[in-house]
Write a protein that binds this ligand. Structure first.
Ligand code: DON
Length: 556
């Protein structure tokens, strides 16, 4: 009886509610979900909710949420698509060979642990720029939930306590991480008074982060621990509005991240290659060996182009129109070998001549935000700004420290992504919004370094090729393939069908669980035939839900 009543109510609501009344949040944890929801119910728009969530995550999700890192925001507000780049920049004292030893070998630990690993942080400038352009609620109101959580504390989730304990071991006393986060215990409250003070100063005036007390604290920490970031670097930092990548795919428009991310380029290449290789894809089982092999063939080609052509567009020319053109991708798709692993030569660049976080928000007016930001690996460089209580990124490892030598994500690059003062390091982050008739149809993204755009790609195919409900599309097993490991297929740390493994091994692949854990933590919102759904990846500790903004409109 009860079930019937509940079912009836759901059907009634779905049938008679205009979707414009329904908002949704898909967040990496429950505190960010609650803060974003409260902002929406307070009359804020999707950008307001995103700003509040970003600052909350800097408190409750310190492995990736940040004010000491950077990221990207893709948005559609009042029908206007926009992209905000608040990626970190190399400090002025950075130089091309700064991570090479005397013998010319790349010393990766330097670009991962300690103060030299950090780029100039962009998150505060990014949130401020977003607020200046689109914010509707007062800036202070948006910082308030984060400030309260930092003062009052939050109960530490098991996964976070475990990661913090691992980071203490990894840093081995080289940073001050243990002094700030060594006392985190699962199930116990954790307070961050210094961070609360810093957030309070930012709430008063965001520019303080780049020229006031927090800036002086950052530079003092740098000077005490061999870092490069100066007051001048901070004063020079600007978040940049860039044209998002916008490409048609089937009856949808893909709006995604342009350089200095490789994410949007890679996603569009993958989607178009999928279309041009369509005859090979017909009648294939989801996640069967043949399907996974075909995805790997597409991914190989994308990674070859990524390594060759991508870099910061303020420093190098990225031939995007050619890389995304149908003619080029048709030719490229024609080289896919459905029977065998393509030889490395055929996947050379084709033109002639562990922790980030993502969230998605949809407000009741149909405005959408897809935001990915990061410290790079869990807890970034491990360096906490003394007195200011926040972690700094280790994003410098995303540069190509040496041509052809893989970074910690195993990807290679060339001079286009070499370290230069003021340059932004190449990213894979792919905050994406798919539009149908100009309205958000799918809002999604994920962490995962070089596996980000292959995860986003698979979720999109799960929705549109395999017609999976959103939650399933986000949840099912994912695979990843990248160069230069031309015969390696990686998968989530969960069971893979034995027939898939056997089929891939017969083709000559090695099939392995991904070394740093699951592939991504996707947060997605879909609007389908007026119905809004939201899904948080079961791989993480995310929370997703729809939010009823206004009373349902009576039927005409
Ligand atoms: O910008 C990038 O592509 C990387 N720094 C993102 C790092 C990341 O996703 C770590 N998460 N697992």
């Amino acid at each position: 009886m009860l079930m019937r009543a509940v079912l009836f109510i759901i059907v009634f609501v779905v049938a008679f509610r205009s979707w414009a009344d329904v908002a949704a949040v898909a967040m990496p944890d429950k505190w960010s979900a609650a803060a974003a929801e409260a902002v929406l119910l307070d009359g804020g728009n999707a950008v307001d909710a995103a700003i509040a969530a970003s600052f909350v995550l800097a408190v409750t999700y310190p492995e990736a949420g940040n004010i000491g890192g950077g990221g990207f925001m893709t948005s559609v507000v009042d029908g206007e698509a926009a992209f905000l780049d608040f990626r970190e920049r190399a400090p002025a004292l950075a130089h091309r060979d700064m991570y090479l030893d005397e013998g010319g070998d790349f010393q990766q630990r330097m670009s991962i642990v300690g103060a030299k690993a950090s780029g100039v942080p962009g998150t505060v400038a990014g949130m401020w720029a977003a607020h200046q352009r689109y914010g509707t609620l007062p800036w202070k109101r948006l910082l308030q939930p984060a400030i309260a959580l930092a003062w009052e504390g939050f109960v530490v989730p098991d996964a976070l306590a475990l990661m913090a304990a691992e980071k203490v071991v990894e840093d081995a006393g080289e940073t001050n991480f243990h002094q700030y986060f060594g006392s985190m215990r699962a199930g116990k409250p954790f307070k961050q008074p210094e961070l609360a003070t810093t957030l309070g100063l930012i709430a008063e005036d965001a520019r303080a982060f780049y020229s006031g007390l927090p800036a002086r604290q950052l530079v003092a920490t740098m000077q005490a621990s061999g870092g490069l970031i100066s007051m001048q670097d901070l004063a020079n930092y600007r978040a940049v509005w860039r044209e998002p990548i916008r490409e048609r795919w089937r009856d949808l428009e893909v709006v995604s991240a342009p350089p200095p991310s490789s994410g949007g380029f890679a996603l569009v290449q993958l989607l178009k290659l999928r279309e041009f290789a369509d005859p090979h894809f017909r009648e294939l089982w989801h996640n069967g060996a043949q399907y996974v092999h075909l995805l790997a063939e597409l991914e190989k080609r994308v990674f070859a182009d990524r390594a060759e052509y991508l870099g910061d567009p303020d420093f190098v020319d990225v031939p995007l129109p050619q890389l995304l053109s149908d003619d080029y991708l048709k030719r490229r798709a024609a080289t896919v070998n459905p029977q065998a692993i393509s030889a490395a030569e055929t996947v050379a660049a084709g033109l002639e001549s562990a922790d980030t976080t993502h969230f998605s928000v949809l407000d009741g007016e149909g405005n959408a935000v897809s935001l990915t930001y990061t410290l790079n690996w869990e807890f970034g460089s491990g360096v906490v700004v003394s007195g200011a209580g926040y972690l700094l990124n280790n994003q410098m490892d995303d540069f190509s420290a040496k041509v052809g030598v893989p970074n910690k994500f195993g990807v290679i690059g060339n001079d286009r992504n070499a370290i230069e003062p003021g340059k932004r390091m190449l990213s894979s982050m792919t905050p994406t919004i798919l539009l149908r008739d100009g309205q958000p149809a799918l809002v999604l993204g994920t962490p995962g370094g070089s596996t980000i755009f292959t995860s986003v790609f698979q979720v999109i195919l799960n929705v549109y090729d395999f017609s999976m409900p959103l939650e399933q599309a986000v949840d099912v097993l994912r695979f990843h393939h990248q160069l230069p490991a031309a015969r390696l297929i990686r998968h989530d740390q969960r069971e893979v069908p034995a027939t898939t493994v056997a089929g891939l091994e017969a083709l000559g692949y090695t099939v392995q669980a991904n070394s740093w854990g699951n592939l991504g933590d996707v947060q997605a919102i879909a609007v389908n035939a007026g119905k809004v759904s939201a899904a948080a990846d079961a791989r993480g500790r995310g929370v997703a839900r729809t939010v009823q903004i206004a009373a349902p409109k009576p039927p005409n």
